[in-house]
Design a protein around this ligand. Structure first.
Ligand code: NAD
Length: 499
């Protein structure tokens, strides 16, 4: 049985708490490893060492820090298959999807190669007589990253690359269900030249997270996970005077207008609804066809496509469409929600409950599930299911469909399928959601834009990666400077305007 470690001060470090979490293969149920759960003392010691290491790292010029990112990117490419295998083994997603997980994280590392440009300050020449002003972006110090299970590579990379390239040290607390990828990335960063202690990967659960939130040295917290935990972490971090951005759950809708290309919309819903077994914060979990005829035609197109989907372990080949969900508890929660949909009157079109695969009887597999005639009061509409379950809510008009999305508690992503530019443009302007796709199902912005939801999908300020990340991980200092050519008039005692 493999016993995983932390990665502290450049070394694999055995946990001292005596507390461990099991890591189980989602596909087989087999226990793969145990991961140590850090105590408050272990966290505090890792933070103290990071604070020492951060001083030298902050003093390293930005271009040299960027060169570490360049080497890191090359190493990620070189080790892509190993990283993807680690992702799939612990998370269960298919290998092509796992490579996408690494790739979308790598793209943020690539943008961080240009960090010196993003860290340039502002300058006002002669803002007053003989007075110049300049602003600089300085690192915060030691920051914390707390990440979820569903993107074991991408989200740790979204956190560590901007934080480190801005000159901070980071304590990364990955999900205790999928820690191996983050540990491996820390080793690659060390090979890329990152000084020891600047990135500390400390594994743990609530005890470790609370220790980070209460540690006075931690200046900022970047969190991604479920909404209740995001809200809790935002509140505690803010109360303790820390900068915090906490990204939460989602319920993403796709509007399908009567003029949409329904084959393209149905194809898009396969990947966006069922890819990664629906365990994506940008998954489309609600299809909103506008008009009864659109709805009938859409369902007709979805059913044969769903029947062709292949569910299986990542080891079964690259033509598998999606794998198991993360834990037996997740499977039974999803199946319980499907039961509730039936009990509350939704029409179950395809039923993914009770799926077992020969040879993988202990795997957490749930088949693709489609509901029709879902209404906004049902639990399957209200809750983030985080499984391969697509709900169809029929709406009579575009305005009703838009109102449905606007009234939903979450606001991470949304999409519209239409042939009409005017409708698409109106939707993009009026919808209160952070990321919008027009004939594009999963609108995760490219790494030089930035990622973030609205409403209960995000707490705090500024988005992840892109230009916002360089603002989040630095603070501005502004200097007003005057160099005297000689004091002719003696001292000044009044607070003066610069005229
Ligand atoms: P989670 O909230 O259970 O866990 C996230 C992190 O918080 C983990 O590191 C975990 O150890 C820690 N944590 C869990 N419970 C805690 C507690 N009580 N106190 C302190 N820390 C705690 O989320 P998850 O199940 O790992 O991930 C799935 C969720 O993440 C979904 O809701 C999904 O929508 C969301 N998500 C959001 C985004 C986004 O960018 N908005 C991206 C990916 C995933």
């Amino acid at each position: 049985m493999q016993e995983l470690t932390h990665f502290i001060n450049g070394e694999k470090t055995t946990g001292t708490s005596g507390r461990f979490a099991d890591i189980q293969s989602p596909a087989t149920g087999e226990k793969l490893a145990t991961v140590p759960l850090a105590t408050k003392d272990e966290i505090d010691a890792a933070v103290a060492k990071a604070a020492e290491a951060q001083i030298g790292w902050a003093a390293t010029n930005p271009q040299k820090r960027a060169r570490v990112m360049m080497k890191f990117a090359a190493l990620i490419n070189e080790h892509m298959d190993t990283l993807a295998e680690l992702v799939s083994r612990e998370h269960g997603k298919t290998l092509p999807d796992a490579r996408g997980d690494v790739q979308r994280g790598l793209e943020v590392v690539e943008v961080c190669m240009g960090a010196p440009h993003m860290l340039k300050g502002e300058y006002t020449d002669a803002g007053g007589p003989g007075i110049d002003l300049y602003s600089m972006r300085q690192p915060l110090g030691v920051v914390a990253g707390i990440t979820p299970f569903n993107f074991p590579a991408m989200i740790p990379l979204w956190k560590m690359a901007p934080a480190l390239s801005c000159g901070n040290a980071m304590i990364l607390k990955p999900s205790e269900r999928v820690p191996s990828t983050a540990l491996y990335l820390a080793e690659l960063l060390q090979q890329a030249g990152l000084p020891d202690g600047v990135l500390q990967v400390v594994n743990g659960d609530k005890e470790a997270v609370d220790a980070l939130l209460d540690n006075d040295t931690i200046q900022a917290v970047g969190f991604v996970g479920s909404t209740p935990i995001a809200q809790y972490i935002y509140g505690r971090a803010a109360t303790n005077g820390k900068r915090a951005q906490c990204f939460g759950g989602a319920k993403n809708h796709m509007l399908i207008m009567p003029d949409a290309d329904l084959d393209k919309a149905a194809d898009a819903l396969m990947g966006a609804g069922f890819g990664a077994a629906g365990e994506r914060c940008m998954a489309i979990s609600v299809a909103v066809p506008v008009g009864q005829e659109t709805a009938d035609r859409l369902i007709e197109k979805l059913v044969p496509r769903i029947e062709k989907l292949k569910v299986g372990p990542y080891t079964a080949g690259e033509d598998i469409d999606f794998g198991p969900v993360i834990t037996p508890a997740a499977k039974s929660r999803i199946e319980g929600l499907i039961d509730s949909g039936v009990a509350q009157g939704a029409k179950l079109v395809t039923d993914g409950r009770g799926l077992t695969l020969q040879g993988y009887e202990s795997g957490n597999f749930v088949g693709p599930t489609l509901f029709d005639n879902v209404t906004a009061d049902m639990d399957i509409y209200q809750e983030e299911i985080f499984g391969p379950v697509l709900s169809t809510v029929r709406m009579d008009t575009y305005e009703d469909a838009l109102t449905l999305v606007r009234d939903n508690a979450y606001g991470n992503g949304t999409a519209i399928y239409t042939a009409d530019g005017d409708t698409a443009r109106d939707f993009a302007h009026r919808v209160n959601v952070g990321m919008v796709g027009i004939n594009f199902p999963i609108p995760v912005p490219l790494s030089y834009h930035s990622f973030g939801g609205w409403k209960k999908s995000a707490f705090g300020d500024l988005n992840q990666y892109g230009p916002d990340a360089f603002k989040f991980y630095t603070r501005t200092k502004t200097v007003t400077a005057r160099w005297f050519s000689g004091i002719k008039d003696g001292g000044e005692f009044n607070f003066k305007a610069m005229d």
